[in-house]
Design a protein around this ligand. Sequence first.
Ligand SMILES: [Zn+2]
Length: 605
Amino acid sequence: MKKKTRGTGFVACALVAVLGASTITCSDSTKLPEGYLSQKESDKVLAKTLTIRLDPDLSQLSEAEFETTRLMVEAGKILHNLYEVSRHPQSLTAQDRLKSLHEELGQPQATQNLLDIYRFAKGPIMRNLDGKLEAFVPVEERHPGRNVYPWGIEKSELASFLEAHPDDAKTILAVRSVVRRSTQENLDRDLRILEEFNVLSVLHPGLEADLEALAENPAAKAFYAVPYSVEYAEDLFRVRDLILKAASLMEDVDADYARYLKNRARDLLTDDYEAGDASWVTGRFDKLNAQIGAYENYDDQLYGVKAFFSLSVLVKDPAMSNTITTITQWMQEMEDLLPYEHHKKVRTDIPIGAYNVVADFGQARGTNTASILPNESYITRKYGRTILLRYNIMTNPELFAGRMRTFAAAVDEEFVDTYTAKGDFFRTLWHEIGHYLGPDLTHDGATLDEALEEDSSILEELKADLVSLFLAKRLRKKGYYTEERLRSVQASGIRRLLRRNQPTKAQAYATMQNMQLNYYLEKKLLTFDPAKNRLRIDYSQYHQAVESMLREVMGLQYNGDKAAADAFIDKYSTWDPEIQGKLAKSMKQSEKYRYAIVRYAALGE
Ligand SMILES: [Zn+2]
């Protein structure tokens, strides 16, 4: 890891004696121009920032696989810039200005700090230590529609346009399109791009004619949308070329992966991901995998529909992947073991794999431990979803130390040591498998979403958590878990329940975690020791408590009774200030880091 040393050129430091103790004081840190966060403030932020570095072993890759990985990293760099621009139009220029300033000033700590903040904020605006959005370099404030809607637009303006023009909603609210005002300038630009990259007109039939029609009558109060492939044509063609190059390298090495890359390269120009997603989810790849394209819509705070670009370069973890292969043959046995009557025939070809992250770009960059994609229901209904467990992030020692601090702040010290990073991994693995087991339909054939509405995802996540903990006993019996592994999975099951704030019902994960905590307190698996402000775990009650809750949850799912589900969720969603409140306080006090910078050996970091 490269760590810049403190620049001294602009800092006057003196050794002075204060109350008898020698300290170094700096009369002034580097003075930065107006609009840049001062070093005093940025130091505070970075004191709360953890830096980790990912450097997975690539020695098992063939030359072609290694070169493919390199090409994907190149593609990722382009998509990363697109991501930043799609969030804030001044992103890249602000970063360039900051870099020049850093050089002009002789690389002082003050600007190095801001470069580091830019790195984890993925742009010029961060959430500061008070939880508020703050620009740390001089740029305009950020807007909910980011840069995929007209900059700064209010939702009401677009909403009233859509009300008057309901036929336009399909393109304007499309998952991969940028919304523009119908000005002459915008339309001319888009028509020029279609002329330059004329294959886009072929791939988007009717688009050119539509734009020409709009150009007859431009109006700043009207809106239209163009696909990402038009907005970002030049960059996406470069990404496409890199991916196609990788695909041809993979053709004789891993045919399924090569097909996926080829389809995805084309998807980037059609903005329709069905072909690539189908070959991604149903293909069986050898050593490599990659998440490529615009999937998650968290960044769209205007309508929550636009997906933002990402790319994750992944290599299979050989040992953990073998572990997963072993267990898929036990699927039916595990299904039949679950505490409900109506067992089904289960699939054994679950698309789940353990991967090490080589590098993440765009929306995917960060400390996310698992990805489950795609999202679009018309695709998942036909092909399912792929589950990528991000092993080197899940087991990263520094990130684990943070989770351990939370656990240690909430349980009696005698239980602390049983918790390990592998416990999190196996618990998560079986959580994902848990989604494939248990009831899919109610007794009268309705889907769980239809019958249980907003309760459905709470119960489904709860079921998956409980299945993972319930099957642990059988996995111990089969010798798959050692006694130590079993305990660490169970400890991880408790660590997961600990919340720093009272969840609302809209937060499905947090709600079901808090529900488990209350249930386990009722069943005496957990007890709260008010003298120590800590939880105690009675492992002898673990399996029964989990079985009992799982039986109730699967019963609710099978019966599809919304009112009963509401009552169950209400009953166990309480927040006791004397228990949850005190645990939360203790965990907040133990917090060491708020932010994380992830660096990658593959980027020369
Ligand atoms: Zn889940």
